[in-house]
Design a protein around this ligand. Structure first.
Ligand code: NCD
Length: 315
């Protein structure tokens, strides 16, 4: 269990909408607290309720929050699909957030609209945690991505990180890229089909921050130098029409045979779910780390709830 020294009192009562809402120090507090809470089971959230409002599909994010709340002895309310709720009757996000502010001590929101989490956080009276807003941001995924990177590479700076796949619609790469740009010496290699490149606003803010980055349309071009290969699926459901998807489906497929000349310390990450962008034969190589990465979602989300709800702080 974390002692007082690792608690970040500044996080109590805060929301997490974009990874940029947290400073490097605050990110590191979450990661340190997550390490302390790895095997922790307790009742620190007894009498407190967390609302999980999932307007979009989820497997890992939702269930790791559920597990985190159970490990801390809290209770849950909310929904895992708007179907069967008053959203179907036309209730607005604003009104739903007002109600769950009254029922719960924190709200975890996943919603298909970019900016919805900021809107919710501005109108809620309890902390709002963004569990993915459209193609915009997915900061809790980023925290567990950073947890996996630090755990496998021993640092978060001076790394070459290749981000591969759907960089246009993939919210996990947007958040991770923001986070990695806070650390000195990181080199970002963006690999995608031409139609799915990183948004230009994001590239210009990297340029302003002096981050070294480059774009590629071939995976082989970045494999040898990468410390981390962050592979993502094509976000078919976010594309305006099926023809856009048909043009890029199967654009990149990583196979074990492509990993012959990589660094021995390379680790392959993926936010999951995987579709066909990583062949199953990669799972048995020493480089695959995506399942361990996903398992880190539980301690990281426990740590986030711990800090935002001020558990362990002196009154
Ligand atoms: C990601 C998401 O929802 O953005 N999944 C997740 O939360 N682990 C990635 C994806 O769906 O491709």
């Amino acid at each position: 269990m974390p002692d007082q020294a690792v608690l970040a009192p500044g996080l109590r009562g805060r929301s997490l909408v974009s990874i940029r809402d947290f400073s490097r120090l605050e990110i590191e507090e979450v990661l340190a607290t997550a390490s302390h809470l790895e095997g922790h089971r307790g009742d620190e959230l007894a009498g407190r309720q967390i609302a999980l409002l999932f307007y979009e599909n989820s497997t890992r994010t939702r269930n790791s929050f559920v597990t985190a709340v159970h490990h801390l002895g809290g209770s849950l309310c909310g929904f895992d699909s708007a179907e069967g709720t008053s959203v179907q009757k036309g209730e607005t996000l604003y009104d739903t957030i007002q109600m769950f502010s009254a029922y719960s001590d924190a709200i975890v929101l996943r919603h298909p609209r970019d900016g919805s989490a900021r809107w919710a956080a501005d109108s809620a009276s309890v902390p709002v945690i963004n569990a993915g807003d459209g193609k915009n941001q997915h900061p809790t995924q980023t925290l567990l991505d950073l947890y996996a990177i630090r755990g496998t590479q021993g640092r978060l700076d001076n790394l070459t990180v290749a981000l591969v796949g759907d960089l246009k619609y993939g919210r996990t790469v947007h958040s991770l890229s923001d986070a990695l740009s806070m650390y000195p010496g990181n080199k970002l290699r963006y690999v995608s089909p031409p139609s799915l490149r990183m948004p230009s606003e994001q590239l210009s803010s990297l340029r302003q921050a002096g981050v070294e980055w480059s774009e590629h349309d071939c995976l082989e071009a970045v494999l040898d130098e990468a410390d981390v290969l962050y592979v993502t699926r094509i976000q078919r459901e976010r594309m305006p029409d099926e023809t856009e998807y048909e043009k890029v489906r199967g654009a990149f497929r990583l196979t074990a045979g492509m990993l012959r000349k990589v660094r021995s310390s390379l680790r392959i990450l993926h936010p999951l779910p995987r579709v066909d962008e990583i062949a199953p034969d990669v799972d048995h190589t020493p480089y695959a780390f995506y399942f361990q990465q996903a398992a880190g979602g539980v301690p990281v989300r426990k740590a986030l709830l711990w800090l935002l709800l001020g558990i362990g702080e002196r009154a």
